[in-house]
Design a protein around this ligand. Structure first.
Ligand SMILES: Nc1ncnc2c1ncn2[C@@H]1O[C@H](COP(=O)(O)OS(=O)(=O)O)[C@@H](OP(=O)(O)O)[C@H]1O
Ligand SMILES: Nc1ncnc2c1ncn2[C@@H]1O[C@H](COP(=O)(O)OP(=O)(O)O)[C@@H](O)[C@H]1O
Length: 295
């Protein structure tokens, strides 16, 4: 966890209002909605459980009290095991009777080891805007400075984890949801996780943001005009989309919703786009200024 929430200025043109998003505690409560137990690694009680190295649940106050009669019953819509010393399970989505297991080595310990803070750099933009290029340049530059990163590239993930998903809106949403959950794990592992996906819908990106502790989700908008992306067209996909051979192509006949409030905007000036190294440096300046490159 960050010792203090860093400021989140927009390092691109225009600037932005100071962050008014809820802090970790509030996010934790929100994340727990719908579950009988609300377990978040950031919560002090959970950290204490981890320190104890026990398998135990750390419920929110509303569910702390165990069933006095010692019988299974429902609390907040979830089955709760009552009785003395019984573990309290929860229901999350379709997963019933599940129990969070904390380990004594947590994010804090891993961050100390790595001398960095786990976070997510989420790069969004049109196909051809340079997401993969920026992700790789950033990863290379951080690696050369001794930082551990991992790139989650939308195109690559669709070769495996997300091979069952199409480009229909609901499958794109599921694509982003899954990747959001993976980025959360990588950030918890202490890594600087760089995700680069078109992620065309604002609500999907915001849902990923809400999974992460405050300020550790850094959204980078590659604001490259469609004409430039289309002129690059390294895979020839825009050409196919214009010819009607690919349906639902982002920017052509499928929507892209630009971020309204992101941490970093990268854009061209007078038709000149920043070089990959310069884009990476812009992100690194943000990471440095907000203490992510130190424990
Ligand atoms: N219909 C359609 N629309 C947009 N993109 C398409 C489409 N069909 C295939 N592709 C290729 O898939 C890559 C985007 O995958 P993502 O997982 O990043 O997309 S999304 O976030 O789910 O929208 C994208 O890669 P990038 O060019 O790297 O963005 C394309 O190569
Ligand atoms: N900053 C840049 N300046 C010039 N060309 C770029 C830049 N970034 C990417 N490119 C080129 O644009 C094309 C698309 O880049 P890519 O990283 O694959 O985009 P995306 O992952 O968003 O589809 C590639 O041919 C790449 O070399």
């Amino acid at each position: 966890m960050l010792a203090k929430a860093p400021p989140r200025p927009c390092s691109g043109a225009g600037g932005r209002a100071p962050c008014t998003r809820p802090g970790p505690a509030l996010l934790a409560v929100r994340r727990g909605q719908g579950a009988g137990l609300k377990l978040v690694a950031a919560r002090p009680a959970t950290v204490a459980a981890a320190a104890a190295g026990e398998r135990r649940a750390v419920p929110e106050p509303a569910t702390t009290a165990e069933a006095k009669d010692g019988e299974r019953r429902h609390v907040n819509g979830s089955a709760v095991a009552g009785g003395n010393g019984k573990l309290v399970t929860s229901t999350v989505g379709k997963s019933t009777n599940i129990l969070w297991h904390d380990c004594p080595i947590g994010q804090h310990e891993r961050q100390k080891l790595l001398n960095q803070k786990g976070c997510v750099v989420w790069i969004t933009g049109l196909s051809g805007s340079g997401k993969s290029t920026l992700a790789c340049a950033l990863s290379r530059e951080l690696h050369s400075r001794g930082h551990l990163t991992y790139v989650l590239d939308g195109d690559n993930l669709r070769h495996g984890l997300n091979r069952d998903l199409s480009f229909e809106a609901e499958d794109r949403a599921e694509n982003i949801r899954r990747v959001g959950e993976v980025t959360k794990l990588f950030a918890d592992a202490g890594l600087i996780c760089i995700a680069c996906l078109i992620s065309p819908f604002r609500s999907d990106r915001n849902a990923c943001r809400s999974l992460l502790p405050n300020s550790t989700f850094i959204e980078v908008f590659l604001n490259i005009p469609l004409e430039i992306c289309e002129a690059r067209d390294p895979k020839g996909l825009y050409k196919l989309a214009r010819a009607g051979k690919i349906k639902g192509f982002t920017g052509i006949d499928d929507p892209y919703e630009p971020p309204s409030d992101c941490e970093i905007v990268i854009q061209c000036k007078d038709g000149n786009c920043p070089a990959p190294k310069s884009m990476a440096d812009q992100v690194i300046s943000y990471l440095e200024a907000n203490s992510f490159l130190q424990d």
